[in-house]
Ligand binder design. Structure first.
Ligand code: NAD
Length: 302
């Protein structure tokens, strides 16, 4: 299938690479030249703008870091909306349902179908093709896309309503965000009272406390203190804020989400938006006066 792909970052690059390797013909664009070159070296064609991508193919996918970037790439000047051949815009980014509907409505005026297709499973899942892919949009377009999306992960049809794939994704990421900070508080509690954090993680993973932070993030990026899982704090906070907005717009009570949101606002303030989101433990450690893991093992500050 001929596919356009815009945004070749931590997630976009491995997804686009898998599509090329599966035999799809890709036309790619990114504002970073080196990101484009990594794909053209593998057989993709380069384009000089989102419009040019959309001039050449019927299906344009995007994996972009902010709501503004998705809006501009899809509907701005020189955007997908101006393309001659494009029929559908497939947004793999997390933008929340309100922005998805806004993009949907603008593209609909030019008879371009907007498809939500946010993904979950991190950079590792993108590399292995094991992402959860949450599609919403017209069923016929879903059927057209499914063989290509199968290459990047397990594909779920969420519904025809625009934005519903995004709502699904926010529910998922709220749980991921909660697991990260809750596990940090649990492990810091143990270290403060003298427990070994590596033993704690083994016990949690054999017990009922097991979650994605204890299973993946702590062993790989927190205990060795590499903080290199591949998802920026700024992106996690974007998703937590979007989820809170979505919950409030539905008139829900949001006690857990409010507490989780406050913690993540502290993380972005103290560690910065570019830090890896596994840095979430750092403000919790600092407040407790302990350090978890590392070469010397865990220790309480003197
Ligand atoms: P990233 O910052 O690594 O990649 C974004 C890419 O988009 C970069 O290569 C950047 O140069 C490019 N870009 C930015 N503005 C552009 C524009 N106007 N035109 C063309 N290219 C542009 O981000 P990421 O981690 O790959 O995340 C992308 C999306 O996927 C986000 O919505 C994020 O929330 C979501 N997501 C990320 C993860 C993860 O683990 N990293 C997991 C699931 C979902």
């Amino acid at each position: 299938m001929e596919i356009g792909f815009i945004g070749l970052g931590n997630m976009g690059f491995p997804m686009a690479r898998r599509l090329v390797e599966a035999g799809h013909q890709l036309t790619v664009f990114d504002t970073r030249k080196e990101a484009v070159e990594r794909l053209t070296a593998r057989g993709a064609q380069a384009a000089s703008s989102p419009k040019e991508v959309a001039d050449r193919v019927e299906t344009v996918m995007a994996s972009l870091p902010s709501l503004q970037a998705s809006l501009e790439v899809a509907t701005g000047a020189g955007g997908v909306i101006e393309g001659k051949r494009v029929k559908r815009f497939v947004d793999l980014s997390t933008v929340g349902s309100q922005m998805a509907v806004r993009i949907h409505d603008l593209l609909a005026k030019r008879n371009i179908v907007q498809i939500d297709s946010p993904v979950s499973g991190g950079v590792g899942g993108a590399e292995k093709g094991t992402l959860a892919v949450m599609v919403s949009g017209p069923r016929a377009d879903y059927e057209t896309l499914k063989p290509a999306l199968d290459v990047i992960g397990k594909v779920f049809f969420i519904g025809e309503k625009p934005g519903s794939g995004q709502t699904m994704k926010l529910a998922n990421n709220f749980l991921s965000a909660t697991a990260m900070v809750a596990t940090s508080e649990a492990v810091v509690m143990g270290v403060k009272s003298g427990l070994d954090p590596a033993v704690m993680i083994d016990v949690i993973n054999a017990g009922s406390g097991m979650n994605t932070a204890s299973r993946d993030k702590f062993p790989r990026s927190v205990l060795p203190r590499t903080f290199d899982f591949g998802f920026a704090t700024g992106l996690m906070v974007k998703d937590v804020r979007l989820c809170l907005e979505e919950m409030k717009s539905l008139g829900l009570s949001v006690e857990v989400a409010e507490a989780v949101g406050r913690l993540w606002e502290t993380v972005i303030r103290e560690a910065g938006p570019e830090s890896d989101f596994t840095s979430a433990i750092k403000p919790i450690e600092k407040a407790a006066g302990v350090v978890v893991g590392g070469a010397k093992g865990s220790h309480a500050a003197k």
